[in-house]
Design a protein around this ligand. Structure first.
Ligand code: ADP
Length: 541
């Protein structure tokens, strides 16, 4: 290198010493002979972390990170034409073992000479690679972010368009339901009224306007405020007050009430109202009005007809019992007659003492009392006077009924057997009607046992406590029984198998029992004869 030290080159009249130039270069420069370092410049020493001159004489192996890299570069450099330049990027190693990336560029100084030195220029590209790597990663991150944003945007778009669709559908449904509501409100054959949360009417449909004889909506609103048109148990009030009371009261859920409405002509209509809160009174309430006057009148007429029919049937039953009753009445009357006759005779002959007269009169009074009792029972049974439903002891009613039927039972040679559960609760009923059911079932049983030998005739009446606060009455006979085809038609009106029967008895009995909330049916029986059972609601204390 000494030779080099003194060599200079001149340019434009100036002379530059080589070493100065080489040491100030920003890249590492070295001369290599036979893969040994001959000289390294200051930048190269700095790059590899060696003091000045420390690398001189060393194999270039110390500069390579691995043995493979060292051998690979040697082979490739040999192959490169001696006129050519070898450039490569490689991982190198500093003195402290740290690796870094370099660009290597080597060239023979004298290509014709086999052992001539080669000059190598090395540039630390770690910073560049790192920057490139950072750039690449930043790019990657950017791409990922963009991708993620795009995906999230796409998702948002999908959600948004679903939301738009949903809102559009909801809007459509709302319009549709409003339209439906409006159509219903206008066209339902029901009077409808809507109030706000204070109970003030906000909507009133035409049907209601018509039924309160309002000429227009505003007239209807006026009529609502008129406090002489609604008749309640405690006087008159306005419909508006009634509605307000209802909406602001503490009644929850659907509620029903009725009132009487006085029309313009003075007629009184019966109105049934169904009130339903709009979300628990928070928004007000809806009221549906139905004029039930006609319905009520029809029901009342039907009830009266049923009553008349039941009465006719009682008369018919009484007709059937008439001869036995006449016979029964004949006995006390005959007895009275003979007491009176005897008394007359004694009085004519002057042989009667006060005590005799007293005794005869007591006997006569007793027999007359018996006849009166029979007549009282008969009159009560055939009476048309409406009887209210009252708490009744069914055992006592049965005993009274058997007393009424005593002549009939005696004539049929049947002794009824009564079996009753202990502590039977009372039932709420119309005693005359339930007595009619008992008489009807007992008379049918007696009819059915006409051909049964006398000693086989049994008539059993059982009073039983049932489930669900009901009481059951079973009437069982040992009569002819009921064939299946007859059983299927038993409760049809006018169905009878008797020559003089009306065929109305069982149908009327069923109506009576059902109007008391009970049921009447034929009970399947394994023994001879027939069993009928009816139930009534008990009054539990
Ligand atoms: P009616 O007694 O006038 O015929 P009912 O309606 O009381 O009318 O009875 C209808 C029919 O049911 C009777 O004709 C009879 O055939 C039958 N029936 C009712 N009760 C009995 C019974 N206990 N045993 C046999 N048949 C009966």
């Amino acid at each position: 290198m000494r030779d080099h030290d003194t060599r200079k080159f001149s340019f434009d009249g100036y002379e530059f010493p080589y070493e100065l130039v080489l040491d100030n270069a920003l890249v590492g420069i070295c001369f290599v002979v036979d893969r040994r370092l001959l000289w390294t410049n200051a930048r190269m020493n700095e790059m590899f972390g060696y003091p000045e001159g420390a690398l001189n004489g060393h194999s270039v192996r110390v500069l390579y990170a691995t043995q493979e890299a060292f051998e690979a570069v040697g082979r490739k450099f040999e192959l490169v034409s001696r006129h050519g330049r070898y450039t490569h990027e490689l991982e190198m190693k500093r003195r402290n073992g740290e690796t870094f990336w370099c660009t290597l560029s080597g060239q023979w100084i004298d290509p014709g000479h086999a052992t001539a030195p080669a000059v190598w220029v090395l540039q630390d590209i770690t910073a560049r690679l790192r920057a490139e790597d950072q750039l690449r990663r930043a790019n990657q991150r950017l791409e990922q972010t963009v991708e993620a944003r795009t995906r999230s945007l796409q998702r948002t778009n999908v959600t948004l368009s679903a939301e738009v669709d949903r809102r559009r559908a909801a809007q459509l449904a709302l319009t549709e339901s409003r339209e439906k509501y409006r159509t219903l409100f206008r066209n339902l054959p029901l009077g409808l009224l809507v109030t706000d949360a204070q109970g003030t009417a906000t909507e009133i449909n035409r049907v209601l306007q018509r039924s309160i004889a309002a000429r227009s909506r505003s007239h209807a609103m006026e009529l609502l405020e008129n406090d002489a048109l609604v008749l309640t148990d405690d006087g008159t009030t306005s419909l508006a007050t009634l509605l307000k009371r209802h909406v602001t009261g503490d009644r929850q859920g659907i509620d029903r009430f009725e009132f009487h409405w006085r029309t313009g002509t003075g007629a009184v209509r019966e109105i049934a109202v169904t009130a339903a809160p709009l979300r628990s009174h928070g928004l007000g309430a809806t009221f549906a009005f139905v004029d039930v006057t006609r319905q009520r009148r029809a029901a009342e007429r039907e009830r009266q007809q049923q009553e008349a029919l039941a009465h006719a049937s009682r008369l018919s039953l009484m007709g059937q019992m008439a001869s036995a009753l006449a016979h029964e009445l004949g006995q006390p009357l005959n007895a009275c007659q003979s007491y009176v006759g005897g008394l007359q005779l004694r009085l004519q002959h002057g042989g009667a003492t006060f005590a005799d007269v007293q005794l005869a009169i007591d006997k006569i009074a007793g027999h007359l009392e018996r006849a009166t009792e029979i007549m009282r029972n008969v009159r009560a049974f055939v009476s048309r006077r409406p009887v209210p439903q009252v708490e009744t002891d069914l055992g006592a009613l049965l005993r009274k009924t058997l007393a009424l039927m005593e002549p009939q039972l005696r004539a049929a040679q049947v002794r009824p057997e009564v079996r009753a559960d202990a502590d039977l609760p009372p039932v709420r009923c119309n005693a005359v009607e339930i007595q009619q059911v008992l008489v009807n079932l007992l008379m049918n049983a007696l009819d059915a046992m006409q051909d049964t030998p006398v000693d086989e005739r049994r008539l059993e009446i059982r009073l039983e406590r049932e489930k669900n606060a009901m009481l059951g009455v079973v009437v069982r006979d040992t009569g002819a029984g009921i064939p299946a085809d007859v059983a299927a038609r038993l409760f049809e009106p006018y169905f009878t198998t008797k020559p003089t029967g009306l065929g109305m008895g069982l149908m009327i009995c069923r109506n009576i029992v059902e109007s008391h909330g009970g049921a009447l049916r034929l009970v399947a029986s394994r023994c001879r004869g027939t069993s009928f059972k009816f139930t009534l609601r008990t009054v539990e204390r």
